[in-house]
Unconditional design. Structure first.
Length: 246
């Protein structure tokens, strides 16, 4: 993916920082698989919120720098921040063209564990969006797990796709879609409620595709394949197959 350095006032890099809070689950592939099975793709507004709230720990005041980031880690952080800006610019234009105001989401990248308005989470949760504070949370090492454990193709556009997908959940929040779906889910059977969750995921994928459409000039050969591979790797059927094979 072609990109230029962009800066955002709603982006936080907490990697290399130590902080308190209870762990959601132990780290590693098993934790990721268990959570992905439960919350379809490692995130989704209220689904992740319910799980996080069950294990919410004591919030800590401030964090402490514990290690220096490598040059590669710094570049990956710069890339993630830039992708967030590209997303915000695209959606701000779309909203403006429809006489609507766009509210930017925040984004936090972290190591190991993080405190959110939805509770405490570890890296095992995978990337997720918290509707409580309207922020996207990601441990970027998740993408290495995608390659080694789930067989997804590498590449920066796989990361860009996931960020765009999470921003898609933010669009659902500010448009009122996710709240309406949650209300419907409370009135339906578990099977029907799960179908509605899948619909939210598919719409978030659609929004990621909208973003890619409006940013075709950033794409390079193979980028779309990277995004599809990442989406495939964390699909419900793929995760279940991995679990059966373990």
């Amino acid at each position: 993916m072609k990109w230029l350095r962009q800066n955002s006032d709603s982006f936080e890099d907490r990697r290399g920082m130590s902080g308190g809070g209870k762990a959601l689950l132990g780290g590693g592939a098993i934790g990721i698989i268990v959570l992905l099975l439960n919350i379809f793709g490692g995130e989704t507004g209220q689904s992740i919120g319910n799980i996080l709230q069950q294990t919410q720990g004591t919030q800590t005041e401030g964090q402490t720098q514990t290690r220096e980031l490598s040059a590669e880690e710094k570049e990956l952080g710069d890339f993630s921040e830039s992708v967030l800006v590209y997303n915000n610019k695209t959606w701000a234009n779309i909203f403006q063209n429809n006489n609507m105001n766009y509210e930017k989401p925040g984004m936090v990248i972290f190591d190991d564990s993080v405190e959110t308005a939805c509770g405490s989470a570890t890296s095992a949760a995978g990337p997720f969006y918290c509707p409580g504070d309207k922020k996207v949370y990601m441990d970027l090492r998740f993408f290495e797990e995608l390659k080694t454990r789930f067989g997804a193709k590498g590449g920066d556009f796989a990361i860009a796709y996931v960020i765009a997908h999470e921003v898609g959940h933010h669009i659902q929040k500010i448009m009122g879609t996710s709240d309406k779906v949650r209300q419907l889910q409370s009135q339906r059977s578990e099977t029907e409620a799960n179908k509605l969750s899948v619909c939210l995921e598919l719409q978030a994928d659609f929004y990621a595709g909208v973003w890619a459409h409006y940013n075709k000039e950033l794409l390079e050969e193979g980028d779309i394949e990277e995004a599809l591979s990442a989406a495939n790797a964390v699909g419900d059927d793929a995760i279940q197959k991995k679990c059966r094979d373990m």
